[in-house]
Design a protein around this ligand. Structure first.
Ligand SMILES: [Zn+2]
Length: 600
């Protein structure tokens, strides 16, 4: 029997007409209203003298509320992922946003209450429920100083829907609907930006160059509204950060990601030290493609070498069950289960969004994976990545629902781990041409996650600093982006062919609530590789430790989770050792490329 290729969402709801959908939505709204009133009354209510009872009630109400919220929100978003214009799902989004605002207010009210209690540790002790949630309660307490004043909060949240959130939506609309004019076969065609950006992977050098030039020209036409969106979002982020009493936006981000300043500094130090290696890779790739002045931006994603192996979806299943099963039987069985039980929406089809993701739905103890499988090794690797996320979710399936969410830096641990496993297995039986392609694929992604991410971090830091006092015009934004690219890519990139519009291209700059959505990717890649190195060193003995590490991500700080497997993320030495594994790949790539390209 062939494998199913579309996911099954009926464990949530049969359809939007399923009466359980409306009932769950209403239940979530009613529970949210009741919980907000209850938490606001904790200090004056009948249990005012028994704060431990209030804390227990708060946790229980949160748990009860999160169940229908996860089900309803997951269903709306998963339907939209395969049916982008589904009118019912789109109509639900405003209602979803209002409920999310209410959730924010509940959390703020609970933080204020927990933060105002004396002797929190004593209150926690003796209650099994509170002891299990001790980490979260302490986090709530420390957030108390950083929530909006209750008299301001509802208004600010509502204004955000028409302020920063609206500008962020406008940015996505511009990006999604703007057409690029491109000459193809002597005819001018109009194509979506995403399609033209995808041409960066074309094997045809002329196509890559023409697409890049057309893309820059297209961004020029929307640069003014894009700059207005960026100024609005960054201005609002600054105002909110000040209102919440954070010393800086970066400080707010780090707190939200449960990460210490020292961790980020150690990571950045090692990243900066590694730049000469990445530049060496970029120049080797430039040589392989016949460039003399460093790599032009449009060839960053150019394919080098060739992976001839193609996979049917059924072959991808066999390959992954076998390859990941060699790491652990449990992992192999898990992957097999996901393939067979309709956890995966595998193939491209009309109305389905691009890319790939994994969504874990804690109340049903399962995940759903979306991919656009097209038979290449790279799409097999993508499946391995997303199934790593699903495995992470599986390790957390017995955790209390409030402890099943983990911060962004730790989110990529299991996915990168799987990707690395599969990449190593593929390299082991590749010939020279295939090896170059596999190594290049690994390195071009690592370059994005280390070098480009560094340029994005530097750009965002500069914009946020300047935006404190005034708005920035298009010319300034372009120059700041070029400066960030020059300082990160150095002589790896051709200085005459960079990308001054990357600030318009990356949607992450346009989120008010999530600034600096860049360094966590670098953290994720290097942490995943560092954990993989631990597995190589320790073998099967590491397996139970690995599962425990993933389970812990929901209830500890980033430093605490890493320390549980003996990793000190505040020490640059750990990051250097992870980057060493990439340097070895660069050495191997350089040697191979220069041998294959040697003139005869
Ligand atoms: Zn991922």
């Amino acid at each position: 029997m062939p494998l199913p290729t579309e996911w099954d969402l009926t464990l949530l709801f049969d359809s939007f007409d399923d009466p359980r959908f409306e009932a769950s939505f209403q239940r979530a709204e009613a529970l949210a209203t009741a919980m907000l009133a209850a938490v606001n009354g904790f200090e004056s209510g009948e249990k005012a003298e028994d704060p431990a009872a209030n804390l227990e009630a708060g946790i229980r109400m949160f748990e009860e509320l999160m169940d229908p919220i996860y089900r309803v929100f997951s269903y709306i978003n998963l339907v939209l992922a395969t049916d982008a214009t589904n009118a019912t799902a789109l109509a639900c989004q405003d209602r979803e946003l209002l409920l999310q605002n209410q959730l924010t207010q509940i959390q703020s009210a609970f933080c204020r209450y927990v933060g105002g209690l004396e002797g929190l540790d004593d209150l926690i002790q003796g209650s099994e429920l509170l002891e299990a949630h001790a980490f979260l309660l302490h986090e709530f307490a420390s957030q108390a100083a950083h929530v909006l004043p209750p008299e301001l909060e509802p208004t600010v949240l509502r204004m955000q829907m028409n302020g920063g959130q609206a500008f962020s939506n406008l940015r996505d609309l511009l990006d999604g609907t703007h057409l690029v004019e491109l000459v193809r076969d002597q005819e001018t065609v109009s194509l979506p930006l995403s399609e033209v950006r995808g041409m960066a992977y074309s094997p045809d050098a002329a196509v890559r160059k023409a697409a890049y030039e057309a893309e820059l020209e297209a961004y020029r036409k929307i640069e003014i509204p894009m700059a207005a969106c960026l100024n609005a979002v960054k201005g609002e982020a600054q105002t909110l950060s000040e209102l919440k009493g954070y010393p800086s936006i970066l400080d707010e981000t780090l707190t939200g990601q449960r990460t210490e300043q020292a961790t980020l500094e150690a990571l950045l130090t090692a990243m900066e030290e590694s730049l000469p290696d990445f530049r060496r890779y970029l120049r080797a790739k430039a040589r392989a493609l016949g460039h003399t002045n460093g790599l032009p931006f449009y060839d960053l994603f150019a394919p080098v070498g060739a992976v001839s192996r193609r996979f049917t979806y059924d072959e991808a299943h066999t390959y992954l069950v076998d390859t990941l099963g060699r790491f652990s039987e449990k992992m192999g069985a898990f992957v097999d289960h996901a393939f067979r039980n309709r956890w995966i929406d595998a193939l491209p089809r009309p109305g389905k969004g691009g890319g790939a993701f994994c969504a874990t739905i804690p109340p049903v103890r399962q995940s759903r994976v979306l991919s656009n499988f097209e038979g290449s090794f790279s799409s097999v690797s993508t499946l391995a990545h997303e199934l790593g996320h699903a495995y992470h979710g599986d390790c957390l399936k017995d955790a209390p629902i409030l402890l099943s969410d983990y911060p962004m830096p730790l989110a990529e641990t299991a996915s990168i781990f799987n990707e690395t496993l599969v990449a190593h297995a593929a390299l082991a039986d590749a010939d020279a041409k295939e090896a170059i392609a596999l190594l290049d694929n690994e390195l071009l992604e690592a370059t994005q996650v280390i070098v480009d991410i560094l340029s994005r971090y530097r750009f965002e830091s500069a914009v946020i600093e300047a935006r404190k006092t005034r708005g920035l015009n298009v010319a300034e934004l372009k120059e700041m982006m070029l400066e960030a690219q020059r300082s990160s890519y150095g002589d790896g990139l051709d200085p005459d062919v960079m990308h001054p519009y990357m600030w318009a291209c990356k949607g992450h700059y346009y989120s008010v609530d999530l600034s600096f959505y860049n360094w966590p990717y670098a953290f994720g890649l290097l942490f995943g590789r560092g954990v993989y190195a631990r597995y190589l060193a320790e073998g099967a003995a590491f397996l139970p430790l690995y599962d425990q590490l993933l389970e812990r991500t929901g209830r500890d700080s980033v430093t605490g989770v890493a320390a549980s497997v003996g990793i000190d993320v505040n020490d640059p030495a750990f990051w250097r050792s992870a980057l060493d594994t990439i340097r070895e790949t660069i050495d191997r790539y350089e040697a191979l490329v220069d041998t294959v390209n040697k003139p005869v």
